[in-house]
Design a protein around this ligand. Sequence first.
Ligand code: GLY
Length: 395
Amino acid sequence: MKITNALLFCLAILCFSCKGEKKATQNNETPLLKAEKQLALLLQDAEKANRIPRTLDEEGNIHWTNPKFDWTEGFFPGSCWYLYEATQDDQWKLAAEKFQAFYEAHKYKTSNHDLGFIFNCSYGNGYRLTKNEAFKDIMTTAADSLLTRFNPNVGCIKSWDVDSGWQAERGWKFPVIVDNMMNLELLFKVSEFTSDPKYKEAAITHANTTIKNHFRDDNSSVHVVDYDPDTGAVRGKYTAQGYANESSWARGQAWGLYGFTVCYRFTKDKTYLEQAEKIAAYILNFEGTPKDGIPYWDYHAPNIPNEPRDVSAATITVSALLELNTYSDRDYMPAIDNIMTSLASDDYTAKIGENKHFVLKHSVGSIPHGNEIDVPLNYADYYYLEALNRYKNLK
Ligand code: GLY
């Protein structure tokens, strides 16, 4: 951490702590303790159902992950790992180990790019906290599966297959979504484990191609770039989960910010630091975002202010900013403090026992698909817990 920023850090943390203490005198609880109590109830639900919670269904009941494969399956075990880190209570370690084992066999899946999300958020945190060698092997197998989707002509990992589902209806050949930046952390870690540079080299090539083709002049990102798999030429730029091809889907901006911050962590290449700073500037300077720092689901959604917010975008953003702040000359603490205070408020944090035991309210999965609109999401909770731990660890 920069010496020049150290004082600001401490002041900001104190500021957040003071706000937390004010809440504590009102509610007798810090945000982390409150999250732990709520997720202890969700854990009981998960134990009873023997399933991994994802969100709520249209009737307001818990919607569980699809046991065959679900891009969100790593987040609940990952949240358990963060609670283990925060509390050192073995119940969370046991829960993380139990629920991540449900999908261990998915490490062989080559039909999807989400293995980075899934295995890094769960087994990756597990390895960081326990140094269990078996977790390392599982992550390496998942990284090998993910690498099968890397096409050197394009210089990217393919996000979605296009032979079935709604993706088959879009006329795409090799779609790459900005979310895919989040799969690179697994590759960087596996290169470190194995001393084999091939994973890291693919990650770097993917990141460079993404900088070239996904970002507009104002540093916002399109959601989907479709490539010609034979020549690597860009066939078109689209959205899937945003409002329009030209709009800025809020979670996409957050994935880009997080992804390039991680690329800088592993490479120390200033290009990635600058890219993350530019994305942060786009997010934090966007005038249409309400003062509490929680964005609408798309920065250009047509009916703002009568549009759902996306708390998941805010949690990913704030967690990324907490890391970026340790590398950058810029001071992101005021923005971090604002978002963290908002997330901890009753506007976004559910009362214990409500919200079907998810911590945060008001996220959005995909409005164009009519899925998961204004609901809790397991990944909003995961990145919030990560951010709460990062705050705590700063001290
Ligand atoms: N593809 C991950 C997301 O919906 O953000």
